[in-house]
Write a protein that binds this ligand. Structure first.
Ligand code: HSE
Length: 307
């Protein structure tokens, strides 16, 4: 195989109580990439459509992660990458992660899969780090593994796959403003009170248990973020109104998607997720901010090979 076309999915990181460790994978929304072998060694970004991103390999997240992989694999060919970007950078649904993970996934396929998913996540972290100014894998892991993932450790990298209840749907609203991950990280406190930490890790533990046991009621009781949300919600206009409307419409929980500005809700069943979409649209229709919404099932496959 000399060429591959892939779908690299959008993802939701943090999932309220799991800052920097928990994430899940979205369906239908994502980037497409075409990667092909070249006789000349190296990584070449030859096309970017959708958004204005750097073509220089060492400045592009897809390029940097691909460089990390070929430095280790030392293949006797190079690769050119075409990026068809549909996920807006700075949207909070894993735009840089989709690029960083997509290139290494595609190259691994073209090389006959020498690396496992954890190793691919490791290479992708190198690309993601240039976007968010620190290494974290809570968007990368669900993009590569699919479903829900927990990043137990980044050094050494250890990713756990968490089961996805069948009837779980996500509703996303993406206000068309940009929040840079690096800036959304800079406003966070360096230390937190012990009582908040206790509440947060109790919620994270119970959320993971709820996902394992298909306990939607416990999912709902666990989707709370007492540490990050109070700071970052200030960057997202009408966040609290959206959250209230979402919960009133029947969502199990609602929180900031990654570093924002997107907001995610999780619901049991497609019908409820659609009702949540209508309710949060009503909130944003009353603002002057443009926005997009969508509803999707959790994508348990992650990356998809299109051709
Ligand atoms: N865990 C990261 C954060 C995800 O919230 O900063 C965004 O890239």
């Amino acid at each position: 195989m000399n060429e591959i076309k892939i779908f690299s999915p959008a993802t939701v990181a943090n999932v309220a109580c799991g800052f920097d460790v928990l994430g899940f994978c979205l369906d239908n929304v994502g980037d497409e990439m075409i990667v092909r072998k070249t006789a000349k060694k190296g990584i070449y970004i030859t096309k970017i459509e959708g958004f204005d991103l750097p073509f220089e390999t060492d400045k592009n997240v897809a390029g940097v992660s691909a460089l990390a992989l070929i430095e280790d694999a030392n293949p006797d060919c190079g690769f050119e990458i075409e990026i068809y970007k549909h996920i807006k950078p700075g949207s909070g649904i894993g735009s840089s992660a989709a690029s960083a993970a997509g290139s290494v996934f595609a190259i691994n396929e073209l090389l006959g899969r020498p690396y496992n998913k954890t190793q691919l996540t490791y290479f992708a972290m190198k690309g993601e780090a240039i976007a968010s100014k620190c290494e974290h894998a809570d968007n990368l892991a669900p993009a590569i593994f699919g479903g829900f993932t927990l990043v137990k450790s980044i050094s050494p990298l250890d990713v756990l796959e968490i089961p996805t209840p069948d009837d779980l749907y996500a509703t996303i609203i993406h206000p068309q403003i940009e929040v840079k991950t690096s800036e959304a990280r800079a406003i966070l406190p360096k230390e937190i009170p012990l009582q908040q930490a206790i509440t947060q890790w109790a919620n994270l533990g119970s959320l993971v248990h709820a996902l394992h046991t298909n306990d939607y009621n416990l999912i709902s009781k666990s989707l709370h973020d007492v540490i990050i949300e109070p700071y970052r919600s200030q960057l997202i206009p009408n966040f609290h109104d959206v959250k209230k409307a979402s919960l009133n419409a029947g969502a199990l929980g609602c929180g900031i998607s990654g570093s924002g500005p997107s907001i995610f809700s999780l619901s049991k069943g497609f019908e409820t997720a659609k009702k949540v979409e209508v309710a949060i649209k009503d909130i944003y229709k009353n603002t002057s901010i443009e926005f997009e919404t969508f509803v999707c099932k959790i994508n348990t496959l992650g990356m998809k090979i299109l051709s």
